[in-house]
Design a protein around this ligand. Structure first.
Ligand SMILES: Nc1ncnc2c1ncn2[C@@H]1O[C@H](COP(=O)(O)OP(=O)(O)OP(=O)(O)O)[C@@H](O)[C@H]1O
Ligand SMILES: [Mg+2]
Length: 321
């Protein structure tokens, strides 16, 4: 491995270690969150209440020396509640910008589907452009601006499901499962003592391993992870196969190809390799494709799931050797 990747690998190890002081288990989830951060993209987080979604994003922000904010989406949330507004300052006789919560680095957008489309769009535009336009004036957001969004279960009354085009803006969907028995036991023990995960974070026992500027530099180190042409072809074949599969109504677009490529590269680096393998790609296929693929209603009625269909698509494509 070259010096750049050794350095990156060392940093990733230390980040995982510090996050592990707070978050029990969930290693695969932490890695996926790191993949979103290191590719400078955004992620959806899915999981039942109380699996530490909020705590995870707060902890990641802390470990990377980044600012953290949270927005709770509600049906009456307005675009200006996200972006901010220009208010007239009487003393200075001028308008000044009252910055909204998007002016942060790591943003947790909780229950994004509870706000109407106009408000969702304000966030999605900020995500895409890392810019906010208010009264024809453009304001830059942090170059590390990263959104982690949660969705309320769709069956919930009064939700505004994210349109497909908007889900596509999220590089991956991170599923957080409940902890296993042993993990839940160690969580319970920590709750009894004085070292609950939250307190560990608040007491400053968790170190900031890098700064936001380091993050920008580290991303360029990823460029030395090698992706062979055959594997590029493999990625493209997988994504294209979702567009022709008989049980799929809407397949994945070109953003999925890019996401799968970039995600696989970080996945390789997280395993300490300087080259991508077919397995890196396979592990990233589900988080990258699941939220972008829509099944034909007749297959959905049969009880087929998106992940089963993706599994089949994957089986049909020859793995490069
Ligand atoms: N794997 C875990 N590691 C550490 N703490 C955990 C873990 N799972 C749950 N917890 C604890 O569960 C509590 C709830 O965490 P948090 O508020 O982050 O959940 P959430 O997923 O954001 O819930 P909600 O969907 O209701 O917002 C916290 O007190 C946290 O300490
Ligand atoms: Mg929460």
């Amino acid at each position: 491995m070259n010096a750049d990747l050794n350095h990156l690998n060392d940093i990733l190890g230390r980040v995982r270690q510090e996050v592990g002081k707070v978050i029990i288990g969930q290693e695969a989830v932490v890695d996926k969150a790191l993949i979103a951060i290191f590719t400078n993209q955004h992620a959806l987080i899915e999981g039942v209440p109380g699996v530490a979604k909020t705590l995870l994003v707060r902890t990641l922000a802390h470990v990377m020396g980044c600012e953290f904010s949270r927005i709770q989406f509600t049906p009456d949330l307005m675009p200006a509640d996200i972006t901010g507004t220009n208010v007239f300052n009487l003393q200075r006789n001028e308008f000044t910008l009252l910055k909204g919560p998007v002016f942060t680095t790591f943003l947790l957008a909780d229950e994004i589907n509870r706000a109407p489309a106009k408000t969702q769009s304000a966030l999605l535009q900020a995500m895409q452009e890392r810019l906010v336009t208010l009264d024809r004036e453009t304001h830059a957001l942090s170059p590390n601006f990263t959104v982690f969004a949660t969705q309320n279960p769709i069956e919930y009354e009064g939700t505004y499901p994210l349109p497909e085009a908007q889900k596509d803006r999220f590089m991956l969907k991170i599923r957080m499962e409940c902890p296993d028995r042993n993990e839940e036991l160690s969580l319970a023990k920590r709750m009894l003592g004085a070292d609950s995960p939250e307190k560990t974070l608040e007491r400053g026992e968790v170190k900031a391993v890098i700064t936001p500027d380091d993050l920008i530099r580290l991303r360029t180190e990823l460029e030395s992870v090698i992706v062979r042409d055959e594997l590029l072809g493999y990625i493209i074949d997988i994504v294209r196969a979702t567009r022709t599969n008989a049980s799929i109504l809407v397949g994945a677009g070109p953003r999925a190809t890019q996401a799968l490529l970039l995600a696989s590269r970080v996945a390789a680096a997280l395993t300490g390799r300087d080259f991508v393998t077919p397995d890196d790609i396979k592990t990233m296929v589900f988080p990258v494709l699941e939220h972008r693929v829509i099944l034909r209603p007749e297959y959905e009625i049969e009880g087929l799931s998106v992940s089963e269909v993706i599994e089949r698509v994957l089986h049909e494509i020859a793995v490069p050797r």
